[in-house]
Design a protein around this ligand. Structure first.
Ligand code: CMP
Length: 139
């Protein structure tokens, strides 16, 4: 089915000027970037976004990293966009990511792993709504 997913190009990637290279991989996978903006997350935004991970030992490090530089938040649209984008991203840990995936190509470590993508339709809806108004998404 036609779906939308939420994506973040993370600070390790924006710092290395990889936004366009990552967008090229996204578009080559037939996902359409239907909304996009470059922002600095506030600590409160990052904590809210990653609230499900708040009990994890890496939570503090994760939030510090996500506010350490600009991010690009995006809405991607396409057939089975959620699963498609997870395939395109590759495994969370770049050491386990398949050839040609964004994380294999660009990620530095499990923490600095260049991109985030929603893991379910429910998550996609919540994550998109945290960053985009309906009229900012143009399909
Ligand atoms: P993401 O898909 O954005 O969702 C949660 C993030 O936590 C994940 O990507 C990783 O970047 C990060 N993460 C997972 N495991 C670790 C870890 N062991 N150390 C640091 N960050 C981690």
């Amino acid at each position: 089915a036609l779906e939308r997913t939420f994506s973040i190009i993370k600070p390790d990637a924006t710092e290395r000027n990889l936004t366009g290279a990552i967008n090229a991989v996204i578009e080559k996978a037939s996902l359409r970037i239907v909304a996009q903006k470059r922002i600095l997350l506030t600590r409160a935004q990052a904590e809210q976004f990653y609230a499900v991970h708040s009990a994890r030992p890496f939570f503090g490090e994760l939030v510090d990293f996500m506010i350490s530089g600009p991010v690009v938040v995006q809405v991607l649209e396409g057939e089975d966009a959620i699963a498609t984008y997870r395939e395109v991203m590759g495994a969370t840990n770049p050491e386990n990511a398949a050839e040609g995936t964004i994380r294999k190509l660009f990620a530095k470590s499990v923490g600095e792993n260049s991109v985030h993508g929603s893991d379910s339709p429910e998550a996609a809806q919540v994550e998109i709504a945290q960053f985009f108004a309906g009229n900012e998404i143009v399909g």
